[in-house]
Write a protein that binds this ligand. Structure first.
Ligand code: AMP
Length: 532
């Protein structure tokens, strides 16, 4: 027997319709690379997005066509986003920080018909466009001649909720980038899941600074969840350094923000140097890479900001687990809570999670046994765009995340490492991630990375790379002493290498692939007698 409720297709245009109607005066603030701050409202953005839809239709864009964007977080970007998905086109966010040859590959693979680009990307476009035959038009974001003549009325939605809405390519740390094709339904559900009190918990009272780039992992769904609740939205553009972020937080009264750890690290360094304070920020979600303990403590102790860690990946929309407290953990002291904040957290409702051995057998949730992390649900990819990578689900329909993790008796998942970064030493595994996150707590360290280096006896041994804070000098032994007692003895790196730069990839995470390339000729100081 069918229920007798109304049929309400879950299409994403409804999010901005809702914001315009019920939170119409709430502000959206954008800052451009030259520091100019632009203010608009949800009601105004709604009209502009409808004009963008009409401009796209006039440009020959039809449902299912790929509309690419190449730019930073801004209201101009957001209006094209809604303008495209509202008419059933597929919004394809390109990452300007990728290498030009990767961008060319992605545009050709997606068969993008039109690119809406930030004017700052003009040189990059000049380089790539001759190699992108599917692209018929390039429009610069903010080109009023293209958008302004069009009507602010346009019919949105009215199509099936399973229609594709967004296309986002993974940064491709191994092999070519692969496309994840979100549907209206999957993003709608994801946005609702992230709004739960035990997830991002956004509300109409929040001012949200979206540091996660709109081109990365679906912007953690904030482009939908903020309008859903009518939160004020602050879009920081290209400048993500500590001083710029701090200024925006203070002048706009930001209460909540989400970003990868390196953004918070840069902000904290700036605050330390200047004695600056965070007077409005209440809570942040840190994800995309593991959150160092020093970061959680500095934000909490020095600035009264609560850090919640989230885990996910482009393929999981992305948010899937969040390190919020159960009542038992909430009753503990802050120090006792920290080990749980360091875990990637508990599963959001609507998803299923398991860890397995290489043969696909389920492993116990005892907090010690680690295995392949597998996930299932309506916000999880079922396949890659164009069938790349073939069948990506196991026989139970779970997606293999490529992460290795434990799950404890309280239900907290903890990532041990990326399967490809874990260091295999003497048949046992060393988590590169754990060692680097402890090492970065050293007061002289700005960033740390740990990689495995080939060893004749133990297969691989860890080496710690340290980028010191400006003006600092240090001895290797200081870092080895700092790690002592905090990790198992045999996890101690065989060497500490001071470097001028720890390279960050196109999404702000430490680029281990590039580090491994740079360290290609490196030989361990004493390969025959490792420190075990
Ligand atoms: P991406 O699709 O580029 O966002 O990368 C997703 C990957 O980032 C995941 O598979 C994890 O390896 C890593 N990741 C995301 N969040 C976390 C986290 N909180 N802690 C550790 N690793 C994370």
């Amino acid at each position: 027997m069918d229920g007798l409720m109304q049929n309400w297709s879950m299409t994403l245009d409804r999010m901005l319709d809702h914001a315009a109607r019920w939170h119409g005066e709430r502000e959206i603030v954008s800052r451009s690379a030259d520091g100019i701050v632009d203010r608009t409202t949800y009601a105004q953005l709604h009209g502009r997005a409808k004009q963008a839809s009409n401009a796209l239709i006039a440009a020959g864009i039809r449902p299912g066509d790929r509309v690419a964007t190449l730019g930073w977080n801004s209201a101009r970007h957001l209006e094209i986003w809604y303008g495209a998905i509202g008419i059933g086109a597929v919004l394809h966010t390109l990452n300007p920080r990728l290498f030009p040859e990767q961008i060319v590959y992605i545009i050709n693979h997606a068969s993008d018909r039109i690119i809406l680009a930030d004017p700052a990307c003009a040189d990059l476009l000049g380089e790539i466009l001759p190699q992108c035959p599917s692209v018929e038009q390039v429009i610069f974001l903010g080109d009023e001649d293209w958008i302004a003549p069009h009507s602010t009325e346009c019919a949105w939605g009215g199509f099936d909720e399973n229609t594709a809405a967004g296309l986002c390519y993974t940064s491709g740390t191994t092999g070519n980038p692969k496309g994840i094709l979100y549907s209206h339904r999957s993003n709608y559900l994801h946005a609702m899941m992230t709004l739960q009190a035990d997830a991002l918990a956004l509300s109409a009272r929040d001012t949200v600074l979206l540091c996660v780039p709109m081109y990365h992992a679906n912007a953690w769904g904030v482009v939908y969840s903020a309008p859903m609740v009518g939160a004020k939205l602050v879009l920081p553009g290209q400048r993500m350094d500590g001083a710029s972020i701090h200024e925006l937080i203070e002048t706009e009264g930001v209460t909540y923000s989400s970003a990868v750890p390196t953004v918070w690290q840069m902000l904290l360094t700036h605050l330390k140097e200047t004695g600056g304070k965070l007077t409005t920020l209440q809570r942040v979600t840190v994800g995309g890479a593991a959150c160092p303990e020093s970061l959680i403590r500095a934000l909490h102790d020095d600035h009264g900001v609560d850090v919640v860690q989230g885990w996910g990946m482009t393929e999981t929309s992305p948010l899937a687990t969040v390190s919020v407290s159960t009542p038992q953990i909430a009753a503990l002291s802050f120090d006792e809570q920290v080990p749980y904040k360091l875990k990637q957290g508990r599963l959001l409702c609507n998803l299923d999670l398991k860890i397995t051995d290489d043969a696909g057998q389920r492993l116990p949730h005892d907090g010690k046994t680690f295995g392949r992390l597998m996930i299932k649900g309506p916000t999880i990819a079922a396949a890659y765009f164009g069938g790349e990578g073939g069948d990506v689900l196991d026989e139970e329909g779970f997606f293999d995340t490529g992460d290795v993790s434990t799950i404890d008796t309280a239900g907290y998942m903890q990532i041990t490492d990326r399967a490809k970064d874990v260091i295999k030493s003497g048949g046992e595994w060393i988590s590169s991630m754990d060692v680097e996150n402890i090492a970065v707590g050293h007061p002289k360290a700005e960033l740390c990375a740990v990689i495995g280096v080939a060893h004749p006896k133990w297969d691989e041994r860890p080496v710690l790379l340290v980028m010191l804070k400006p003006g600092e000098v240090a001895e290797k032994q200081e870092f080895l002493d700092f790690l002592q007692g905090k990790i198992a003895r045999w996890w101690t790196p065989d060497d500490v290498v001071f470097v001028d730069e720890i390279p960050l990839g196109a999404t702000g995470k430490i680029d281990k692939k590039l580090i491994r390339q740079r360290m290609a000729g490196y030989v361990l100081p004493d390969a025959s007698a490792p420190n075990r």
